[in-house]
Ligand binder design. Structure first.
Ligand code: NCD
Ligand code: ZN
Length: 345
C-alpha cells in the first residue's frame, strides 16, 4: 500500500502553549487534525471557565485565516486543583469546556498547582460526572520513593482503582499510557474508561533516551519504558478496541531548554504526528487499524460526531527539518533531520 486515505483525525491530547509559541506550533496540528484537546498546563494554569474561553479565543486568533487548518477547532479543558469548585465545573460546561485534567502535583511540566490528594477534588468530580464531562488523567504518582519507571503502574492501584469505584459513571481517559499494566487495566475496565497513546511510546523504548549518549528529545513524561511495554501498547492501539485512541501529547519546548542541564519533559511531534503513527502501525502490520484509532474511537468516547473530510498519506520519503522557528528561539521535532517514509499530502 503506497497511499492511505482516512477520515480527518483529531488529536485527543495536545500542548499548544500560548503567545509566540502557540503561533509557532498551532499550524502543524491544524493542517492534520480537525480538532484537538488543548491541555490547560499554561503558566498560570487554565483553572476557570473564563480562562478557558479566553485561551480558546487566543488559539482561534492564531489560526491561518483561510485554507488548510483555518477550520481547526480547539476543545478546551480545565486544570483541576484542590480548590476547583462544583460551580466552576458548571460554568465550564456552560462555556463549552469538554474535560478537566488531573495532574498530580509535581508530576510533570507546569504541574505545581496540581492535585495533592484526589479526595480533595471529590466535589468537583461529582459535578463532572453529573455534567457528563470527562476527566483526563496524568496517571503517575509523584512520591519520591517510587521509582520513576514504576509511577504509572503504582498510580493504577493507588488512584485509578479507587477513583473508578467511587465514580462509576464518570468518563475517564488515562492519558498517554506507557505500560503493559496500564494497557491491561484499561482493556479490562468498564466502558467509561479509555486511554490515549502517543507516537513516541508506540515507536520507542527507553533505550532511545540513552543511545550513544543522553538524548533529550526522547525525554517526555511518562518516560519511555522497556520494550515489553512498547509491545503491549502496540497490541492495544492496533487491537481494534475503541478504548484506545490517538493523543500525540506533542509538548513543545525550546531547543535550548531541552539541551540543558535540566531538560524539560516533552517530545515535539506535531510536525509529523500522523506520519509517525503510520510508521508505527505499518511496522505492526496494522495500517488498516489506523483510521479508527485516529479518527473514530476518540469522538465516539467523547460523545462527539466523527469528522467528515479526509486526509491522505503517501509513501514518499522526506527529511524532517532539523529545527523550526519558535518565537525568539528554535524548536527541534522528534526525529529532527531524519527521513520519514510517509508524508501527509
Ligand atoms: C508535557 C508538557 O511539556 O507540557 N510534557 C510531557 O513530557 N508530556 C506535560 C505532560 O503531558 O506530562
Ligand atoms: Zn501532555
Amino acid at each position: 500500500m503506497d497511499s492511505l486515505t482516512i477520515t480527518r483525525p483529531d488529536d485527543w491530547h495536545l500542548h499548544l502553549r500560548d503567545g509566540a509559541a502557540l503561533t509557532a506550533v498551532l499550524h502543524f496540528t491544524a493542517r492534520q487534525f480537525a480538532r484537538a484537546i488543548a491541555m490547560p498546563n499554561l503558566r498560570p494554569p487554565v483553572t476557570t471557565a473564563a480562562q478557558a474561553v479566553a485561551y480558546r479565543e487566543r488559539i482561534l486568533a492564531a489560526l491561518p485565516r483561510e485554507g488548510t487548518g483555518s477550520g481547526f477547532q480547539p476543545l478546551m479543558t480545565l486544570y483541576l486543583t484542590d480548590n476547583t469548585t462544583a460551580e466552576e465545573i458548571e460554568r465550564a460546561k456552560a462555556a463549552g469546556v469538554v474535560a478537566v485534567k488531573l495532574y498530580p502535583a509535581g508530576a510533570t511540566t507546569n504541574s505545581d498547582a496540581g492535585v495533592t490528594d484526589i479526595r480533595k477534588t471529590y466535589a468537583a468530580l461529582e459535578a463532572l460526572q453529573r455534567q457528563g464531562m470527562l476527566l483526563l488523567v496524568h496517571g503517575e504518582v509523584t512520591e519520591g520513593e517510587i521509582d520513576v519507571f514504576d509511577r504509572e503502574a503504582v498510580f493504577i492501584e493507588r488512584v485509578m482503582q479507587p477513583l473508578r469505584a467511587d465514580f462509576p459513571e464518570l468518563k475517564v481517559v488515562f492519558e498517554h499510557i506507557t505500560t503493559k499494566e496500564a494497557a491491561e487495566y484499561v482493556a479490562g475496565s468498564c466502558r467509561h474508561t479509555a486511554a490515549t497513546v502517543t507516537p513516541q511510546h508506540l515507536l520507542y523504548n527507553r533505550n532511545s533516551i540513552f543511545m550513544g549518549g543522553l538524548r533529550p528529545h526522547y525525554y517526555c513524561l511518562p518516560v519511555l519504558k522497556r520494550e515489553v511495554h512498547r509491545q503491549a501498547l502496540i497490541r492495544a492501539a492496533t487491537s481494534g478496541s475503541p478504548k484506545f485512541f490517538l493523543g500525540t501529547d506533542s509538548a513543545p519546548h525550546a531547543a535550548q531548554l531541552k539541551e540543558n542541564s535540566v531538560c524539560g519533559a516533552g517530545c515535539f511531534t506535531a510536525p509529523a504526528a500522523l506520519e509517525l503513527y503510520a510508521e508505527a502501525f505499518e511496522a505492526a502490520g496494522a495500517l488498516d487499524k489506523l483510521e479508527a484509532f485516529a479518527s473514530f474511537y476518540g469522538p465516539d468516547f467523547y460523545g462527539l460526531s466523527r469528522n467528515t473530510g479526509t486526509v491522505t498519506l503517501k509513501r514518499e520519503p522526506w527529511p524532517l527539518p532539523e529545527t523550526y522557528p519558535f518565537g525568539d528561539a528554535t524548536i527541534k521535532p522528534l526525529r529532527a533531520g531524519e527521513t520519514l517514509n510517509w508524508r501527509l499530502q
